[in-house]
Design a protein around this ligand. Sequence first.
Ligand code: HEM
Length: 508
Amino acid sequence: MQFLYLAIIFILGLLIFYYKLIYNSIRDRLRIYHYLSKFDGPLAFPLVGNLYLVNIFDISKLVDQVLNLAWYYCNKGCGIVQLWIGPVPMLAVVNPIHAKEILESNEVITKADEYEILFPWLGRGLLTSTGDKWRQRRKMLTPAFHFKVLNDFLSVHDYQAKVFLDQIKQFADSGEEVDLFPYIKRMALDIICETSMGATVDAQNNHDHQYVESVRRLSEIGFLWIIYPWLKIKPIWYLSGYGAEYDRHLKIVLDFTRNVIEEKWTEYQQYQLGAEKKDKRSMAFLDLLLQLRSEGLMNEEDIREEVDTFMFEGHDTTAASMGWTLWCMAHNPEIQEKVIEEVDRIFGGSDRDCTNEDLKQMKYLEKCLKESLRMFPPVPFFGRKVEKDVVIHGNFLPKGVRIILVPLVLQRNPLLFENPNVYDPENFSEEKMSNRHAYSDVPFSAGPRNCIGQKFAMMEEKAVISWFFRKYRIRANVAFEDAKILPEIIMKSSLGFPVTITHRMDNK
Ligand code: HEM
């Protein structure tokens, strides 16, 4: 009995001590409910929210279910829809006019809580930071993506593309079907490693590299954390085994980056003393970051955050995009032939390296890449948190609410694109582009927090894909629709990209 009294007194004590905190959080939540109820959206139930509408245990069906739901509201004329991911309220943007206002807003720049899973890995780097820290970083890092720096990377794209071609040659020789995705991924990883750190993991020749496997698992487990609300409860996270596995892979990845940075810092200091000149191919993003460190503008951990951010954002994304592009080519021989014609016109059957001038001439390939980014945007969603009440297109968004934007919802919307499920590079003809809202297609996001690596990505993809078609043709034996979109942190294909490659005899 005495114990019961003590427990009651203890709980009352806690309530009195924390009453302000409890009062404020209940008040804020009720305020969010109040304003959210003004938006149209599916019926939600306590705790499960709208999750009953989708099968979250079969993520291959998730995309279609989410799209159908979003379009239903879009057809009704909604721009923003209320959505409950379990007990978490959100506002989903389903219309380009509203997307434009949100993405261009300088007030809604804080990332949603869903990005928290990336904090132990990416810290508060460019992708995850907010406010003045983000503004400062963005300003400091923008020169790293200057076209002169990007042009220097062309030799890396070229070199790694040729290694990739060598790796898959055996399948062109034998005619055996191959899933191209692991090959493309390793190439993209080698490219980003060399360009962002001036280091090589040589993943293309070293298939069992621990770093490669760890980056893969971190992305997979991270996505599960985002979609399964119960994994956000720490004891469940660890009891499920995911927590420990995540920490283990995290350590491998962080140790790797820290070691490279330390090595490069020593090299940099020697270089400053004039001890040793560096070769041009190792002029990487990291060199620019080390310069900022030497000027006292960044410390070791700041650099680590940014390098890991480039590593994370800069290889799975381009790999997925190149993989889907080849997949689309494999199913569209006429389009493939037009790409080959363009590549031959530029290179005339030669094996010379790619120049920036060549990339500029790849107008048709550019349309093809944009079209695959429309149909298969590598980043499945972007989330924001409203930190100050804001009005978007006449809609009041209360402080604390999360906003989610799913590029596929816009990019496959039949109201915005005729035949949205058909691969048609002419969707990016000047005429078609000028006739639709610019925010109907946002694979790189848009506005102040758009992708800083957009030009880098397009250069890499043009260089690699043009190399591919200088040497090979490609076809698929599996139906286009059989490769379902898997919404992980970066969108994947449920089948990978199983294709048959043949040598281009006409180019021997
Ligand atoms: C096809 C390839 C790529 C796609 C589709 C893509 C897409 C995106 C998207 C949608 C965002 C906004 C994410 C958000 O708001 O949550 C973003 C941000 C970012 N991306 Fe990319 N990305 C690609 C390649 C790259 C590359 C190659 C790099 C670096 C070398 C890179 C670095 C970044 C960084 C640092 C940010 C954060 C920018 C900021 O918040 O200021 N991305 N990217």
